[in-house]
Design a protein around this ligand. Structure first.
Ligand code: FAD
Ligand code: E1W
Length: 466
């Protein structure tokens, strides 16, 4: 059993799960978290923000023994429900059956569950303690409480899991430059709420609608693509949905800059998302009180200072949210790191270097795929060429499942490295483009020839899980 203490900064999703896994492997773990303990009131009655949990995150939770507990509090999403401008909608299933689904989980509830699990494994949490200074040579950090009172604390190994705006990263970078590059997407987001349908005006009329308390199909991820921008909605267990509007921050209408107040925004919604607006009774209050979030991708040359400090999760590789993989990727990080540390607990420098070697190409790959998925989501779900490619892909997935699998499914439902999914996706895409170069309709493609082309051009897919 290892005896040394590992100091973690940040008790968010990744920090809490990493802490639990390290404690289960015999490490003494202490966590400093800026915010107060969410289990001591605070999240209750607050905004319910949710996230999509997919196979990679679920696999990490399985290895931590927490998957069943989490799934019990999750809402199954079988596919994307695309809402067209004309008000029509259709469900595109993610997989052939319910073995390929994703899960909507409440960020607050998940964080609390992970904090409970980490504490039960022996982790010591210090809430309301913000990292404000670090001396990596003297192995000391400085912490401030909510009142601003500072104190010093000795550290051994430091792990920064303090999110996209990481203070640990800033301090490491001040000691030895990490080669940081932040690429702003230029689009922001705003969260709005659809309450359970019983709370909507005209609820009586909907009581026999067959969806119970949900104003929309509950078992789907809803998308309102509008080309250049979009809304999405994920279901909550209580019958509500959290809607997120993604829109350019600046520039000509529509952008957040051209929606300075709730009335202007409501007028915009009434033309672009009329059906959706009627489901958001507190639109004006939500719009005025919720800030516009910013979206960027973070790239670092280095994730660690030899064996003294390491960054994980968003602190190391924040990405845009359009593949729903930021948390899933951070959860994958925790398993890789905990396993490496368990094998060589006294060799921090080697372990951190190996962690970066394994994870950085994958973090870069999901960063790229997440950016691409925004364009795909908001623009090309309606593009005929894109739809033809997807249709041909679906046929090939049935005919030559060893040789073709949609990139979305590799990312969302398998454990193949993200870098592999990106590379394989490119190779498959090139073949699909070749097949659709001279024909416009999928019916005109010779499927036997297409299947042979995939079999002869690409090696069989690797094992998808494990
Ligand atoms: P965080 O969750 O940000 O946690 C960091 C923690 O560190 C916080 O508790 C914070 O209080 C604490 N902290 C910060 N500074 C300090 C300090 N100085 N001292 C001490 N503590 C500190 N991912 C998915 O997988 N699926 C999705 O559907 C999804 N949807 C998203 C939608 C949006 C709009 C956004 C913005 C992101 C989404 N993500 C999604 C990404 C996901 O939110 C992140 O990848 C994930 O939260 C990263 O976890 P983390 O623990 O690294 O960071
Ligand atoms: C998922 C915020 C968020 C979260 C997600 C997804 C999307 C669009 C967004 C990607 C997706 C689950 N996606 N869904 N359907 N097609 N692509 O799979 O998490 Cl915006």
């Amino acid at each position: 059993m290892a005896q040394q203490t590992i100091t973690l900064i940040g008790g968010g999703l990744v920090g809490a799960l990493l802490a639990q896994q390290l404690a289960r492997r015999g490490f003494a773990v202490e966590v400093f978290e800026k915010r107060p303990d969410p289990r001591q009131a605070g999240f209750l009655g607050g905004r319910s923000i949710n996230l999509a949990l997919a196979e990679r995150g679920l696999q990490a939770l399985r290895s931590a023994g927490l998957a069943d507990d989490v799934l019990q509090r999750a809402v199954m999403m079988r596919g994307r429900m695309v809402h067209a401008r004309d008000g029509s909608s259709g469900l595109q299933r993610y997989g052939v059956d319910d073995s390929e689904v994703i899960w909507s989980v409440s960020r607050g509830a998940l964080n609390m569950l992970l904090l409970d699990a980490a504490e039960a494994a022996g982790v010591k949490f210090h809430f309301g303690q913000s990292l404000v200074g670090a001396d990596f040579d003297a192995q000391r950090i400085r912490l401030a409480d909510a009142a601003g009172t500072e104190r010093e604390h000795p550290i051994g190994m430091l792990i920064g899991a303090d999110g996209a705006g990481s203070a640990a990263r800033a301090m490491m970078n001040a000691h030895t430059p990490l080669g940081e590059r932040v690429e702003s997407l230029g689009h922001g987001y705003k969260e709005l709420e659809i309450p359970p349908s019983g709370e909507l005006p005209g609820a009586v009329l909907q009581l026999s609608g067959g969806r119970d308390q949900f104003a929309l199909e509950p078992h789907a991820l809803h998308i309102w693509p509008r080309g250049g921008y979009m809304c999405i909605a994920l279901p909550n267990t209580e019958g509500s949905f959290t809607v997120t509007l993604f829109l350019p921050a600046q520039g000509p209408a529509p952008s957040f800059a051209t929606l300075p107040d709730a009335d202007t925004a409501a007028a915009f919604f009434s033309t672009q998302f009329p059906g959706l607006l009627s489901l958001i009774p507190r639109f004006n209050e939500d719009f005025d009180s919720h800030p516009v979030g910013t979206l960027s991708t973070l790239y670092l040359d280095r994730w660690h200072l030899d064996g003294r400090a390491l960054l994980v999760g968003d602190a190391a590789h924040a990405i845009v949210p359009f593949h729903g993989q930021g948390m899933n990727c951070g959860f994958e990080d925790t398993v890789v790191l905990a396993n490496l540390l368990a094998v060589a607990p006294n060799d921090g420098a080697e372990v951190f270097a190996e962690f970066q070697r394994v994870r950085q190409p994958n973090a870069n790959a999901i960063a790229a795929m997440a950016l691409e998925n925004y364009v795909e989501m908001r623009d090309s779900v309606a593009d005929p060429h894109y739809l033809a490619k997807r249709e041909l892909g679906a046929l090939l997935a049935l005919r030559v499942p060893q040789h073709y699998m949609a990139r979305y499914r590799m990312v969302t439902f398998t454990h193949v490295p993200y870098a592999y999914a990106l590379e394989r996706g490119r190779a498959q895409d090139a073949l699909l483009e070749q097949l659709l170069r001279d024909v416009t309709r999928v019916e005109d493609v010779d499927l036997d020839a297409a299947a042979s082309l995939f079999q002869s051009s690409l090696p069989p897919l690797p094992p998808l899980r494990g």
